[in-house]
Design a protein around this ligand. Structure first.
Ligand code: ZN
Length: 324
């Protein structure tokens, strides 16, 4: 089902605005299941068996069709599928993660919710991160800066090993004139060759856009793919403090600070993509003033994605598997 993102969701109507409202909205499993039902079937539930709309919702999130008595699970096909924990706990976790400016760590989530194990908290956070990126989202357009940066790894100054452990992250940022940024796309790439950079740009940026890069030859193929490339070549004798791609530079330093601060730098390259997804989700919604709106967006996307077994989460994303 395609959710209509263009309708502007209203605080107090579509989502709770404060912690107090959150508690009032979701006092029980029934209330949580009902909220999920509304999000999954905004036009009203239709039985997949007979197409009729009259059904009863149980506390366990089952919809019983009044006509054919078929059962449809509210959580099937969502991040909540097969969970043995109360939905209410999930809702609290999602509120916790979205109501904090910098998100939460697994340790923090375990502590706040009183979860029994660190592994549960870790798994939940990763399931949420998966829901933070929508497939088929619009690509960046207009003027876009693209550059790479290095993230993570051991302490500075350990040459040789350092480049082995650091992950290469490609960053694309929409830039507005005279100033300001729009949306971003961030992804780990295996190397800085054209074979890695060109697909990144194609996935992140709408053809026809003006792509600002440095003089690196890895971007030479972009015009072949419909991009207008503007290369800024810094003179070798130039001011070392001058940055060729100021928007990317700014986003990269925010990203590094976030990884070091919220997550204490404890992110392995194998799982880095999930964190990049969360960072992107937060950054692209940074102007959302309403506290509950981020919660709403995450919920909306959580009921649309396929469930991911723990094993697959631990394995990391395939595209990152050849790294460390
Ligand atoms: Zn039916």
């Amino acid at each position: 089902m395609v959710q209509d993102d263009s309708r502007h969701p209203a605080g107090g109507v579509d989502y709770p605005r404060t912690l107090q409202e959150f508690d009032e909205w979701f006092p029980s499993e029934e209330a949580c299941a009902e909220y999920l039902r509304r999000l999954r079937w905004p036009e009203g539930f239709r039985c997949p068996g007979c197409g009729k709309g009259k059904a009863w919702l149980t506390a366990r999130g089952q919809l019983f069709c009044a006509s054919c008595r078929r059962q449809t699970s509210v959580t099937a096909g969502t991040v909540f599928e097969g969970t043995r924990k109360p939905l209410r706990l999930w809702f609290q976790a999602m509120w916790y993660v979205t109501s904090q400016k910098f998100g939460g760590s697994a340790l923090g989530l375990k502590r706040v919710l009183g979860l029994g194990s660190y592994q549960t908290a870790w798994t939940w956070l990763h399931k949420m991160r998966r829901a933070m990126v929508r497939s088929g989202r619009e690509r960046l357009a207009g003027n876009v800066e693209v550059d790479e940066t290095y993230v993570g790894g051991e302490e500075e100054g350990v040459r040789g090993r350092q480049t082995l452990k650091k992950a290469i992250v490609a960053i694309a940022v929409e830039i507005h004139f005279p100033k300001g940024f729009g949306r971003i796309r961030v992804r780990q790439i295996p190397d800085v060759t054209a074979a890695s950079l060109t697909p990144f740009v194609c996935e992140a940026v709408e053809p026809g856009a003006t792509v600002h890069t440095d003089g690196w030859k890895g971007y030479n193929d972009l015009p072949k793919h419909g991009y207008h490339r503007v290369a800024t070549v810094l003179s070798t004798s130039g001011d070392p403090a001058h940055v060729a791609m100021p928007a990317v530079h700014r986003v990269a330093s925010l990203l590094k600070r976030w990884l070091l601060g919220t997550h204490q730098g404890a992110v392995t390259n194998r799982h880095l993509d999930y964190y990049l997804d969360e960072f992107t989700f937060r950054f692209n919604r940074r102007t959302s003033r309403a506290c509950g709106l981020l919660f709403y967006r995450l919920m909306q996307q959580a009921v649309q994605v396929d469930p991911v077994p723990y094993k697959q989460l631990v394995g990391g994303k395939e595209r990152a598997d050849h790294k460390m």
